[in-house]
Design a protein around this ligand. Structure first.
Ligand code: CA2
Length: 142
C-alpha cells in the first residue's frame, strides 16, 4: 500500500471560495496538487472531502485496507466527533491532523480536539503547507 489518504471534513469544499481572510484563496484541488508534488517517489495521494461524519468514518475504514497513512482535516468534527476518533483508532498507520488556521488563537471551543488523542502529529496555522508537512512526515514514517 502506497496511497496516502487526505481526508477533509465539513465546509472545506468551500476552500478558496469563502472567508479567504481565514482560510486563504487556494482550493482543495490546489491541496491535492501540492500534496502530490511533495510525496516521496513510490507514494500517491487520494484527496476526499465530505460534509457527513459517517462518510468520513467509512473512508477511514477503507483506509485500513487501501492507505499507508492518513492526513486529516476533520473541520468542525475535530471538536465534536468521538466517532471519527474511534474510527482512527482502528487504523494502524500514521495519522497527521491538519488545521489550516491556528485554532489556538481562535474561539475556546476550537482548542480541544478529539482527533489529537489519536494523531501522531498535529499541525495548525501553516495554511495549506500543513497538508504538505503531513504528507512528508507520513512518507518518512512508513
Ligand atoms: O483551520 C482549520 O482547518 C479548521 O479545521 C477548519 C474548520 C474549523 O471548524 C476548525 O475549527 C479549524 C472549518 C472549515 C471551514 O472551511 C471553510 C473554508 C473556506 C470557507 C469557509 C469554510
Amino acid at each position: 500500500m502506497n496511497t496516502i489518504y487526505i481526508l477533509n471534513g465539513p465546509n472545506l469544499n468551500l476552500l478558496g471560495k469563502r472567508q479567504p481572510e481565514i482560510y486563504g484563496s487556494e482550493t482543495l484541488d490546489d491541496v491535492e496538487t501540492l500534496c502530490r508534488s511533495v510525496c516521496a517517489d513510490g507514494f500517491d495521494v487520494k484527496l476526499m472531502q465530505s460534509n457527513n461524519e459517517g462518510q468520513l468514518v467509512d473512508w477511514i475504514h477503507d483506509a485500513r485496507h487501501e492507505a499507508c497513512g492518513i492526513v486529516i482535516n476533520p473541520g468542525a468534527y475535530t471538536h465534536t466527533s468521538i466517532a471519527i476518533l474511534d474510527a482512527l483508532h482502528t487504523f494502524e498507520g500514521p495519522v497527521m491532523e491538519v488545521h489550516i488556521s491556528q485554532v489556538h488563537k481562535r474561539e475556546a471551543f476550537r482548542h480541544h480536539s478529539y482527533v489529537s488523542m489519536r494523531a501522531d502529529g498535529v499541525i495548525a496555522g501553516l495554511g495549506l503547507e500543513g497538508y504538505a508537512a503531513g504528507v512528508r512526515r507520513i512518507c518518512q514514517l512508513v
